[in-house]
Design a protein around this ligand. Structure first.
Ligand code: SF4
Ligand code: SF4
Length: 154
């Protein structure tokens, strides 16, 4: 007869297995949905939330129009989110007429976390990302004396 502790351990394993399977199913479903929309995923993880108390709802709906994956919809007097469709692009925050109404947080593959709640926040983030890209591009085109020596020394 199995010991009580083994039984408990067995139960826990079954639950974690079920959880793992449902997570995998969810991931596959998301991949298929985004593939059908031809949308590429750039972030490892992310989250989105909308503050129902400050949202202007029916009079606005700009976020719904701005979303490239149709992850947002209007239902029962508020904005609904299909979280599996959100790619954390920030278009909804950029178009929202109320500051701090939508909050998007996303994590890049290198572990860097970005979070924004206002159009200004999105613009500043994009500006910083573009400056960094430009810097790396210029650095690769015009190497410093040290990298130049390293690159061309035999
Ligand atoms: S972050 Fe992008 S994909 Fe997600 S709901 Fe907003 S607009 Fe849609
Ligand atoms: S854009 Fe902002 S205020 Fe307008 S409906 Fe969407 S969340 Fe609400």
């Amino acid at each position: 007869m199995p010991k009580q502790t083994d039984k408990k351990k067995g139960n826990r394993d079954i639950f974690s297995l079920l959880l793992e399977n449902s997570e995998k199913r969810g991931e596959n479903q998301r991949t298929q949905l985004l593939k059908s929309l031809k949308v590429k995923e750039f972030f490892k993880e992310g989250s989105i939330s909308i503050n129902d108390r400050t949202c202007q709802g029916l009079e606005c709906e700009l976020c719904i129009k701005a979303c490239p994956t149709q992850a947002l919809y209007w239902q029962d007097g508020k904005i609904g989110i299909v979280k599996d469709l959100c790619v954390y692009c920030g278009s909804c925050v950029l178009s929202c007429i109320v500051d701090d109404c939508i909050k998007v947080t996303r994590e890049r593959e290198d572990g860097k976390v970005e979070s924004f709640t206002t159009p200004r926040g999105v613009v500043l983030l994009f500006k910083a990302i573009n400056s960094q890209r430009r810097y790396f591009r210029i650095e690769s085109l015009f190497p410093t004396p040290e990298t130049y020596i390293k690159r061309y020394r035999k």
